[in-house]
Design a protein around this ligand. Structure first.
Ligand SMILES: [Zn+2]
Length: 292
């Protein structure tokens, strides 16, 4: 007699260096997580295809009912196409959903990784029960995700919520995206590492009581407050969720950030707004992908 396999939703997060996957059961509990060893980015699409095959082999003991894939960059969610991705310079309009569905005979949806992360926090994390949520992930760059009126907001081309790329300095540094003074140039892990290349962002934050790190972190936080206040005034959210590697070491700053945002934002917006830390950290992308 053949044994019946457990049905799962699989969530896959294609990062710059590895692929993470999460299996959820029908009650949305995590059954298993898996991370591939690093894959060769220069192999482009083929490298990713091979890594995805490894992921599917790993979960072959389950009945994969549906899959979701999160990927950095501009993703056309409706048509299942990765328009471009900062992790894969040569990718242009990659039909990732069609490839996945044909290869594994599993229905699949794809979305931007930060959209996946905000869905994870909204359905299974700190933003549960809220209808207006902004997520910022502070990592190598700054990613953004928006829940507006109880739905993921993707814009006309699926490319909305690039919250790392609104300008906070008109005459600021030139960004890879072509704009000047983008928020992420002043508020990402890269911002801190560029100032002190001998340390990781985590090490710099650990030295926050000593100069010159103290001043660098103070200016980082000031820029973060400037950005969040503008975002708050545009979207009038109930909750601003901050995630990304840097936040692990910066929980101490959240109360001050929230207080300053409340002082500077429009009074009606400031009244109830909260600035909180993300709950799902590094697995939010994969988790949210499973919920697509
Ligand atoms: Zn930019």
């Amino acid at each position: 007699m053949s044994e019946r396999k457990v049905k799962i939703r699989l969530g896959i997060d294609i990062g710059g260096t590895a692929i993470k996957a999460v299996a959820l059961d029908s009650s949305l509990s995590i059954l298993e997580t898996y991370q591939t060893s690093s894959f060769a980015k220069q192999e482009g699409e083929e490298g990713v295809h091979r890594a995805l095959k490894t992921v599917m082999e790993r979960f072959q003991g389950f009945d994969v009912e549906s899959a979701g894939i999160g990927c950095a960059g501009s993703v056309d969610h409706a048509n299942g196409i990765v328009i471009n991705s900062p992790n894969f310079a040569h990718w242009k309009n990659v039909g990732l959903r069609a490839w996945f569905t044909e290869t594994f005979s599993v229905p699949c949806k794809i979305d931007n990784d930060a959209n996946c992360a905000v869905v994870a926090e909204w359905k299974l994390g700190v933003a549960r029960g809220y209808d207006y949520v902004v997520l910022l992930t502070l990592g190598t760059g700054v990613g953004g995700g928006l829940i507006l009126a109880g739905e993921v907001y993707r814009g006309t081309h699926g490319a909305a919520a690039e919250l790392g790329h609104f300008s906070i300095k008109a005459d600021g540094k030139l960004c890879n995206c072509g704009n000047r003074g983008c928020f992420e140039l002043y508020c990402s892990a890269t911002t801190l590492r560029n100032q002190f290349p001998e340390h990781s962002a985590k090490q710099i934050i650990q030295r926050r009581e000593q100069e010159p790190y103290k001043s660098a972190i103070a200016s980082f936080i000031e820029n973060l407050i400037t950005g969040i206040t503008s975002i708050a005034n545009v979207f009038d959210p109930q909750l601003v969720v901050i995630g990304g590697g840097i936040m692990n070491g910066m929980g101490w700053a959240l109360a001050d950030i929230e207080r300053s945002v409340k002082e500077r934002a429009f009074p009606a917006i400031a009244k109830d707004i909260r600035v909180v830390s993300a709950e799902h950290a590094n697995w939010a992308g994969a988790l949210g992908a499973a919920l697509l």
